[in-house]
Design a protein around this ligand. Structure first.
Ligand code: NIG
Ligand code: ZN
Length: 411
């Protein structure tokens, strides 16, 4: 199957050499080819260039992209897409003045989702998650990370991971799977957290390894959840099973989680609504990608990640949706892009880089995804006719995505 996209108004992220990460000032650079064509074969980007060089190229399908912007599909590096049902009740509680922490303390939050998830079958969870994922594909997401973490028992964590594995096998999206058994302390272990951590290390991890169910390990390193010591125990154990870390840190409190993650060579540190100069210093000495989740700040009314401090320190930055029923009930990366510009004060160029190439890096995939480069995967967004790529973050709440090609298939 070959696809030729012609008359492209702006082709974004064109790199002849295989760029895999953008840092600091580099993030303000977004290469644009005007009046361009793009030629795809099966799941691969084969050629691109100015329309004047397009003569003689033929394909089974031709798409006229006059007036449209074409760019790599979004790489969403942080989601909790598999969950049993919404938590709209907590939304109302928060409107009435309760905080996320207060809701969690009275049995809501993650434990509420875990209770519901334990009652659902693998089939039910799969069908719900598939519907969500199909919506996201149409909104431009081609690569997605999905975490477990609403199981919190051996059986239910494995159930979640199997559902995610099935999404990986049976959909066009490229799915990376993260084990987040350490998402909350189950009610049963309230007075015996050590017992739950033991269960993660001695029962869950070996089974996950045996069945090859996950690519990454995650821990919610936060007051009231998992301490630095707890996190270190889990990251150490995961090393034995070759599961690199992508961890939740600094959502509500900054107490050294970033430094610990860097010590364990984490692929990414996610949230960072609270950020200290020590965190920045630790990141400077690392290859770890900081990931901002602005929808969580928007929805919970907590501070936004200080993206400017991160970028001005010469560091890279990715943005992701954090799609989950408690703190970010949407996986729409187009809105994430708008928030990055409006609230994180990122330029459209920085935000697009953060949602494509650096998102791919945060999943260990940037040599295959995230830019328009010969040999990279054919994951492409074609917008509706627009005046320029700045419209993507500018027109918040409006769907400007017309066609999405994922893995060479048109959606
Ligand atoms: N903070 C931890 N995990 C999710 C929220 C999960 C939930 O509330 O269900 C997050 O990244 O925001
Ligand atoms: Zn999360």
């Amino acid at each position: 199957m070959s696809i030729l996209i012609t008359n492209i108004k702006e082709l974004l992220q064109v790199y002849n050499s295989n760029v895999t990460i953008l840092k600091g000032k580099e993030m303000n650079n977004l290469p644009v080819l005007k009046d361009a064509y793009l030629y795809l074969e099966n799941d691969t980007i084969v050629e691109y260039g100015p329309m004047s060089d397009c003569d003689g190229i033929e394909a089974e399908t031709t798409i006229d992209a006059s007036g449209r912007v074409v760019l790599p599909a979004w790489c969403d590096s942080h989601t909790h897409l598999v969950y049993p049902e919404d938590r709209a009740g907590e939304f109302i509680d928060r409107i009435n003045g309760l905080t996320y922490e207060e809701i969690a303390k009275k049995g809501g939050g993650i434990l509420n989702s875990a209770k519901k998830l334990q009652e659902k079958s693998e089939e039910q969870l799969y069908n719900q998650a598939l519907e969500r994922l199909n919506k996201l594909l149409k909104l431009g997401t081609g690569v997605i990370e999905i975490k477990s973490g609403y199981g919190l028992t051996v059986e239910s964590e494995l159930k979640m991971l199997r559902v995610i594995q099935r999404l990986k096998k049976e959909t066009q999206a490229f799915v990376k799977v993260t084990f987040l058994g350490a998402h909350a302390i189950p009610e049963k272990f309230k007075k015996n957290k050590k017992g739950y951590i033991d269960m993660i290390i001695k029962e869950m991890l070996p089974k996950i390894y045996e069945e090859n169910l996950a690519h990454y390990i995650d821990v919610f390193c936060e007051e009231g959840y998992f301490t630095l010591e707890d996190t270190e125990l889990i990251l150490k154990a995961a090393q034995k099973y070759n599961l690199p870390a992508k961890i939740h840190v600094n959502q509500f409190n900054a107490f050294g989680g970033v430094e610990l993650a860097v010590k364990y060579k984490a692929l990414s540190v996610d949230h960072l609504e609270e950020l200290t100069s020590d965190d920045i210093d630790a990141l400077k000495k690392s290859n770890t990608m900081p990931v901002a989740l602005p929808q969580c700040s928007f929805f919970l009314g907590i501070p936004y990640t200080n993206a400017r401090a991160i970028l001005d320190a010469g560091l890279p930055l990715a943005i992701a949706s954090d799609y989950n029923p408690g703190s970010a009930p949407s996986g729409n990366m187009n809105f994430v892009l708008s928030l990055a510009c409006i609230k994180l004060k990122m330029t459209p160029e920085e935000a697009i880089n953060a949602a494509t190439i650096n998102g791919a890096y945060a999943l260990g995939l940037s040599s295959m995804y995230g830019s328009i480069t010969r040999g990279k995967k054919a994951n492409i967004i074609i917008t509706k006719p627009i005046s320029g790529y700045q419209l993507l973050p500018y027109s918040f709440g409006e769907n400007l995505i017309d066609t999405v090609i994922v893995n060479g298939i048109i959606h």
